[in-house]
Design a protein around this ligand. Structure first.
Ligand code: FE2
Length: 484
């Protein structure tokens, strides 16, 4: 029997789990969806099936629920399905939560000791003809593109059996999926990551193991035309600290950010290590090389985080750790490895995104969800969306109103689009006290004009993590949906 959830900021309001799966074959659309917008919008997020065991909850710990919106001819069909991982099925059979938070072995039920903790809750992508639900602590989970049924963990013919990033990058110029696996030996094993290059057909071209100085949450990494960069931020998971009474996962004060740089086609022996001030950085917008050969990384970064306590258990507030859009300039050829940081936009931004088709090459348009009025954006919600032109320094903002919670704003190219940001931008949003959520679709170059069309979802979609749009004329979409 499923028991009631307890009160918690990330289990109530716009975060409260709905805990059901739905099919809506033809959603109501207010306004008019452009006829050159066609494809699929996929979003993943945490929606716990059962209350946690420890009486506390972490936003990252819910079971993955994937929402798919099929868009064509001005119409939208929606479906949502839990990712039925082994963890999900074990707990469903037991009728209660069995795994500790983040799979903490010290708080797991004995029946699941040694079993894989995979929530598959962070991102959902298409590559190699497969729809993959991702979290960074376990292998990718393959979903049936037609109905979102779970097909099981996908281990690339036994090559990638441990961890798989929630933020792998598709290089649209080569069709490759560039990926990492963090802490591939587990938090108690030797600190090591794996760097993967996966061919457009889904076969593995390269899987390289790289030693790192210590365990860390490596939530994202950078890829340019010639380089790959692994930022090791000062957040780690440490069983020894937990055994001594401290937090399992913590921001380690005064630990520098360590950055490994490697030629994209290089090996572990080619890695260069740079150091910089402590930074929280989970998401980049885009990264490329400039004419001087410098790596330009536009990132959402902060000088600390409220997501985890420090090593002594001290929690910081969201207001103390606001993120901003910053540009890191890294010279991979400098012996000193200098890194320059400048603030591009000081709005509290959560998920910056570029026109994905141009990842690894220069871009100037950054899309993101931002926080204008709420006091605690992560718990209360991000109430606005932004396009920021990094070259002109101009903002293009739409505010959904006080109390709204807008998800990641992503660019969706119109059919046949060539230029950067030629198309639309969309986000899932819940407005304060509304019975349902909306998929808001904007002209990508005129966010402040408000949505061109609003797709009404007849229930509130809990706030989630990452989403992607695959246009019907893109190679990735065709590979999963229309290939023979
Ligand atoms: Fe993320």
């Amino acid at each position: 029997m499923a028991e009631p959830f307890f009160d918690h900021p990330f289990l109530s309001g716009h975060h409260a789990p709905q805990r059901f799966e739905a099919d809506a074959p033809d959603l109501i659309v207010r306004g008019e969806l452009p006829r050159d917008l066609a494809g699929i919008f996929l979003r993943n997020g945490p929606e716990p099936l059962y209350p946690p065991r420890e009486g506390d909850y972490h936003w990252f710990d819910g079971d993955g629920m994937v929402y798919a919106f099929d868009i064509a001819d001005g119409r939208v069909a929606m479906r949502n399905r839990w990712v039925r991982t082994d963890k999900f099925e074990l707990e469903r059979a037991a009728g209660k939560r069995l795994f500790g938070t983040f799979g903490n072995p010290f708080t797991c039920d004995p029946s699941v000791q040694g079993k894989r903790y995979n929530t598959a809750n962070t991102n959902v992508i298409i590559h190699g003809g497969k729809v993959l639900a991702l979290m960074e602590g376990a292998p990718a989970v393959e979903l049936d593109p037609r109905n979102l049924d779970t097909l099981g963990e996908h281990d690339y013919d036994g090559t990638i059996t441990t961890t798989f990033s929630a933020h792998p990058k598709v290089d649209h110029f080569t069709g490759e999926l560039i990926n990492i696996g963090a802490s591939i030996n587990g938090p108690a094993g030797e600190p090591e990551l794996r760097y993967d290059v996966i061919n457009p057909d889904g076969s593995v071209k390269k899987a390289e193991r790289i030693k790192v100085p210590h365990h860390a949450l490596i939530h994202t990494f950078f890829v340019t035309e010639n380089w790959v960069v692994f930022p090791i931020i000062p957040i780690d998971t440490d069983p020894n600290r937990y055994m001594a009474g401290g937090p399992m996962t913590a921001w380690v004060d005064d630990r520098p950010t360590k950055i490994a740089i490697m030629p994209r086609n290089g090996t572990a022996k080619d890695v260069l290590w740079f150091e910089y001030d402590p930074r929280h950085m989970f998401h980049e917008c885009n990264v490329w090389e400039d004419a001087n050969g410098h790596i330009i990384a536009d990132v959402a970064a902060a000088n600390g985080t409220a997501l985890f306590p420090n090593q002594d258990g001290v929690k910081r507030t969201h207001g103390q750790t606001l993120q901003s859009l910053r540009r890191w300039t890294i010279d991979p050829m400098a012996n000193s490895g200098w890194i320059k940081e400048e603030t591009l936009n000081d709005r509290d931004i959560q998920f910056p995104r570029p026109d994905d088709r141009l990842m690894t090459r220069p871009t100037r348009q950054a899309f993101g969800n931002i926080n204008l009025e709420s006091r605690d954006g992560r718990a209360e919600g991000m109430d606005a969306v932004l396009r920021f032109d990094t070259a002109a320094g101009t903002e293009d903002i739409y505010h959904f109103g006080a109390g709204a919670s807008a998800g990641e704003l992503i660019f969706a190219p119109r059919l046949g689009a060539a230029d950067e940001a030629d198309g639309y931008a969309m986000t899932l949003v819940h407005r304060a006290n509304a019975p349902g959520s909306e998929l808001a679709v904007f002209d990508a170059r005129s966010i402040s004009a408000g949505p061109l069309a609003t797709v009404e979802i007849p229930f509130r979609v809990p706030s989630g993590f990452h989403c992607n749009f695959y246009a019907a004329d893109s190679a990735l979409y065709r590979g999963a949906y229309t290939a023979a």
